[in-house]
Design a protein around this ligand. Structure first.
Ligand SMILES: NC(=O)c1ccc[n+]([C@@H]2O[C@H](COP(=O)([O-])OP(=O)(O)OC[C@H]3O[C@@H](n4cnc5c(N)ncnc54)[C@H](OP(=O)(O)O)[C@@H]3O)[C@@H](O)[C@H]2O)c1
Length: 442
């Protein structure tokens, strides 16, 4: 086994699409991106969590899920009754979190993501509400741990909007944005431009497989509210509460209103808007989702059908518009896949720090014990990590905190190490690094 070891939590439409894509593209990921990916754990609500340290047979797990059989009945695997139990008992290099987590508390996704990030394990997710409600916290946790937190497909699915705004436009100061963030609502309003009633347009969207049988989240605006909150947190660095986003859905729109907007040369659209008093998310916020009659010259007016679009104002760039398809599991899956590849490629390329670490000096000077861990070990502790220097022939991070005697430190192979108390310095070693440190093994 080599490459990135992945936990995949959530094995519904998106999770299965991602598993299928990772299986089908395994060779290409290795040759094109130099990024091998091995799924070692899969979780769902019904069966719990199945795990194989050398990688699960994805074809077999997919076949079990498709046949309605438990995913946990795979030969040679271990299983836990819930996904969080499995995460707590095992190690991985990446959590792919694609459960469905309703608006209330964003659970179970939030707990899964916190568990991974607190242990310095990067997270990729398509799960909107945990990011909408706690995106800033999760991004900050990831930053403190020096790992990735990516949520591309939470906004505009497979159309790369978050990476474009945060990485492509890195250094630019975002000022405000407007967007059409729900493809179902846009498809309905597009159809209504000729006077079709809301009910008939909704029925057509359902027949086309766009709208769910219960389309409430799309047409009432909740889905768009979540996406606006995610943009605020991850692009502007400003966490919003749900009640800070004024929301009016499209359910009350009549065919006549849509036709009148079209007759005036424009279009009625369900517009999400985010503006701040100051640049970079500073000052008073105006966040709203509502139907608006847009004039013909508005770039959002020409976005028709099951599409998404976003117009960002940034300094010194000016106006950037991104548009693309915004519905369907393969698009959500594609956004997740792109994020996985970004993490995998980054792990492969990640340079080792050569900077001298005062933290390591302190640990050594105080005669504290360093516990040597093997390369695959990737977690311990809750304190901020610091890079170590290579002079000690150790590359990784030190976490300066006492380790509980009960804190189990899994090692490669079948051994398990229980650090002796008190242990104040623990080396957390990156994968792929051969460790020949001068430390003392207990
Ligand atoms: N589908 C799309 O087009 C799309 C687009 C963008 C974003 N998203 C987001 O992506 C996420 C996944 O969407 P989806 O369409 O794949 O949803 P889905 O088909 O309903 O699948 C959700 C999965 O999460 C699992 N799950 C629920 N609670 C769990 C728990 N406590 N522990 C472990 N697993 C749990 C479910 O288990 P069971 O199988 O046992 O029920 C199921 O496998 C959602 O947050 C959704 O909003 C979806």
């Amino acid at each position: 086994m080599n490459g990135l070891r992945v936990w995949l939590v959530g094995f519904g439409t998106v999770g299965r699409w991602v598993a299928g894509a990772l299986r089908a593209q395994a060779a290409q990921l290795e040759t094109r991106y130099g990024a091998g990916v091995t799924v070692i754990g899969i979780g769902n609500a019904r069966d719990g969590f199945v795990y194989h340290p050398d990688g699960l047979d994805l074809g077999s797990v997919l076949a079990a899920a498709a046949g309605g059989r438990p995913i946990t009945g795979q030969p040679g695997t271990r299983a836990w009754p819930t996904a969080i139990d499995g995460l707590r008992a095992t190690e991985a290099d990446l959590l792919v979190e694609v459960t469905d987590s309703p608006p209330g508390a964003g659970e179970p996704g939030l707990t899964h993501m916190r568990e991974a990030l607190r242990r310095g394990i990067p997270v990729v997710t398509s799960n909107k509400w945990p990011v909408a409600l706690h995106g800033l916290e999760l991004a900050e946790l990831a930053r403190l741990r020096g790992v990735a937190f990516r949520a591309e497909s939470t906004v505009m699915s497979g159309t790369p909007v978050l990476s474009t705004l945060t990485e492509g436009l890195a250094g630019a100061v975002p000022v405000g944005l407007r967007g059409l963030l729900n493809a179902t609502a846009n498809a309905i309003l597009s159809q209504m431009a000729d006077g079709t009633s809301y009910e008939d347009a909704l029925a057509a969207a359902q027949r086309a497989g766009l709208a769910e049988r219960d389309p409430a989240a799309d047409v009432a605006g909740d889905d768009t509210v979540a996406k606006l909150m995610i943009l605020s947190a991850l692009v502007f660095g400003r966490q919003l509460r749900r009640d800070q986003v004024a929301c009016q859905g499209i359910t009350g729109i009549t065919g006549r209103q849509a036709r009148d907007a079209a007759a005036a040369g424009g279009r009625l659209r369900h517009v999400a808007a985010l503006a701040f008093e100051g640049p970079g998310g500073a000052g008073t916020v105006t966040a709203r989702v509502r139907p608006e009659a847009l004039p013909a010259g508005d770039p959002l007016a020409s976005v028709d059908g099951a599409a998404n679009a976003l117009v960002l104002q940034a300094s010194p760039v000016g106006q950037i518009m991104i548009s693309g398809p915004g519905a369907g599991p393969q698009l959500a899956g594609q956004g997740v896949l792109a994020d996985i590849i970004a993490v995998a490629s980054w792990q492969v390329r990640k340079p080792l720090s050569r900077a001298r670490s005062p933290a390591l000096d302190q640990v050594l000077a105080a005669g504290r014990r360093l516990v040597r861990l093997w390369p695959e070990v990737r977690h311990l502790g809750d304190q901020a990590a610091v890079e170590l220097e290579e002079g000690h022939r150790v590359a990784g991070r030190a976490i300066e905190e006492p380790v509980e005697p009960s804190h189990r430190v899994p090692l490669v192979g079948d051994r398990e190490l229980r650090p002796q108390v008190p242990v104040a310095g623990v080396l957390l070693v990156e994968p792929q690094v051969a460790v020949t440190s001068p430390d003392t093994l207990p």
